[in-house]
Design a binder for this molecule. Structure first.
Ligand SMILES: *Cc1c(COP(=O)(O)O)cnc(C)c1O
Length: 422
C-alpha cells in the first residue's frame, strides 16, 4: 500500500510530482508533417483529394503488403464501411472481440448487427480461438467476425483466420492500435478480409485523426471509395443508387500522416524500450507485463500494461461508476496505482472495460471457452469466478507509455508503483 500522511494525502519521501504531465500516449511531431501540410496549403489542395492522400494510401499498402488502401476520416469510419462490406443485416449476429475499445463494436451496431462477445485468451489478451470455436457451435449461422489486436499486440491471427475460413465467415481485423506490428513476419491489418488502421491522436502514429481501410479485393476498395464520397454513381449528374457517407480523409490530415509514416519504426522502437524498461523495473514485484507471443509476433508496444498477480491484489470493488479498495501492506490494486500516478502527474488508464460488462450490451450474448457466460463481474469483490476479460480488467492497468517519456521519468514511475506494494 502507498504511504499517506495524517490527512490521508499521498506522501512518498524523495518523490515529487512531475512538473510536466507524463502522458499515456500523446502525439509526437517531427517536422516533415508540417512540410506536407504546407505543400497542401500552398497549392490549394485543401480538400479530400490531393497528393498526400494518394501517397499515404500507397505507402500504407506497401508497408502492410495489402493491395488496396482507402484513406478515411477515422478508424471508426473504416470499421463502419468494413461492416457494410461484410453485408451485416439488421438483427444479424456478429462475433466480436470482448476486451477492446468501444469503437471496435459500435459500427456493428450502426448497421443493426447484434454483437456476440467472444472471451479473451491469456497469451495475448485477444480473442480466444477456443471460445470462437465454441461460438460457432452455438451460432453456426454467423457470417462475420470482428477482431481487434489489443494495445498493439497481435492476436492468434492464423488460428482465428482458419476458424473463420472453416465457417465461411468474413473477418474484419481492427488493427487500429497495432499498425506496424507483425505476426509470423506479416503485418497486422493484412490478415482479415478487410483491415482497419487508425491515425487518431494517441495511436502509434497520427494525423490528429484519420484511418485507412485495407483490402486485397479491388471491387471492395472501389465500393468503399464510392460509399465514402456520398455514393455518387458514374453519371453526368449526381446519381445515387445506394446510401452514402462523407468519410473521406482530408489532404491536410493526410499530410500529417505522410510525415509521421517516416517515423513509424522509430516510435515502435521507443515504445518497445519503454515496455522492456517497465518489465525489468517490475521484476521483484508480484506483477507481469501484458503478454505477447515472443516467438511469432513483434508487437508495436503501443501501450505498456501491467497485470497484478492474484496474490498481490488488495481488495478492490468496482461499482458502475466508482471504485473502492482496502489498502493493505505488501499488496496493491489498479485503483490505488492509478490514484498514485495521477497524484504525481502521470497518466495511467484502466484496461478497457470488457464489452460484455457494459450496460449498453447487458442483453448481448457472451461466449467463453468453458461456458461461464456472464459468470462474474469482479474477481475481488463479488467472489464469483470471473471470465478472463473481467479478470484482466480487474487486475490490469495501462502505464504511461508516451514515446517522449525519459528513462529518468520512467524510473520515478517504477518507484511510485513499487511503493504501492510496500
Ligand atoms: C482508436 C481505436 C479505434 C477507432 O479509431 P478512430 O480513428 O479513433 O475512429 C477502433 N478500434 C480500436 C481498438 C481503437 O483503439
Amino acid at each position: 500500500m502507498i504511504s499517506r500522511n495524517r490527512n490521508g494525502e499521498i506522501a512518498l519521501s524523495h518523490l515529487a510530482p512531475f512538473e510536466e504531465r507524463v502522458w499515456l500516449s500523446s502525439p509526437t511531431m517531427h517536422g516533415e508533417e508540417l512540410q506536407y501540410v504546407k505543400e497542401a496549403y500552398e497549392t490549394n489542395w485543401m480538400s479530400t483529394v490531393g497528393e498526400n492522400i494518394q501517397c499515404i494510401e500507397e505507402e500504407v499498402c506497401e508497408k502492410t503488403g495489402v493491395k488496396y488502401g482507402v484513406a478515411l476520416s477515422a478508424g471508426t469510419a473504416a470499421l463502419h464501411l468494413a461492416v457494410k462490406l461484410a453485408g451485416v443485416k439488421p438483427g444479424e449476429r456478429v462475433f466480436c472481440s470482448d476486451l477492446t475499445f468501444f469503437a471496435t463494436v459500435n459500427p456493428v451496431v450502426y448497421e443493426g448487427g447484434i454483437p456476440v462477445f467472444i472471451d479473451t485468451e491469456e497469451d495475448t489478451w485477444n480473442m480466444d480461438p477456443a471460445a470462437l470455436d465454441r461460438a460457432f457451435e452455438l451460432y453456426p449461422d454467423v457470417k462475420t467476425v470482428m477482431l481487434a489486436n489489443l494495445y498493439g499486440v497481435p492476436g492468434k491471427l492464423e488460428e482465428i483466420k482458419k476458424i473463420c475460413h472453416a465457417h465461411g465467415a468474413f473477418l474484419i481485423e481492427d488493427a487500429a492500435e497495432s499498425f506496424g506490428a507483425t505476426y509470423k513476419g506479416r503485418q497486422t491489418g493484412s490478415f482479415g478480409d478487410v483491415g482497419c488502421i487508425s491515425f487518431n491522436g494517441n495511436k502509434i502514429i497520427t494525423g490528429s485523426s484519420g484511418g485507412i481501410l485495407l483490402t486485397d479485393d479491388r471491387l471492395m476498395a472501389d465500393r468503399v471509395r464510392k460509399w465514402s464520397t456520398q455514393s455518387r454513381e458514374q453519371a453526368p449528374w449526381y446519381q445515387h443508387e445506394e446510401l452514402g457517407y462523407n468519410y473521406r480523409m482530408s489532404n491536410v490530415i493526410a499530410g500529417v500522416v505522410r510525415g509521421q509514416l517516416l517515423h513509424l519504426q522509430e516510435h515502435i522502437d521507443q515504445k518497445k524500450a519503454i515496455y522492456m524498461r517497465y518489465k525489468e523495473g517490475f521484476k521483484d514485484l508480484p506483477v507481469t507485463m501484458n503478454p505477447y507471443d515472443e516467438k511469432n509476433s513483434a508487437p508495436n508496444f503501443w501501450l505498456s500494461c501491467m497485470l497484478i498477480d492474484e496474490a498481490g491484489m488488495c481488495r478492490q470493488v468496482r461499482e458502475d461508476r466508482q471504485a473502492h479498495y482496502t489498502p493493505e501492506h505488501g499488496r496493491s490494486c489498479p485503483t490505488e496505482i492509478l490514484e498514485a500516478l495521477a497524484y504525481f502527474h502521470a497518466e495511467g488508464r484502466p484496461i478497457w472495460k470488457p464489452m460484455h460488462l457494459q450496460p449498453i450490451f447487458r442483453m448481448n450474448p457472451f461466449v467463453a471457452r468453458l461456458g461461464n457466460e456472464k459468470a462474474g463481474t469482479d474477481a475481488h469483490g463479488s467472489g464469483k469466478a470471473p471470465d478472463l476479460g473481467a479478470d484482466i480488467f480487474s487486475r490490469g492497468l495501462c502505464l504511461p507509455s508516451d514515446n517522449k517519456i525519459t528513462p529518468k521519468q520512467q524510473d520515478v514511475i517504477i518507484e511510485i508503483i513499487k511503493r504501492c506494494f510496500d
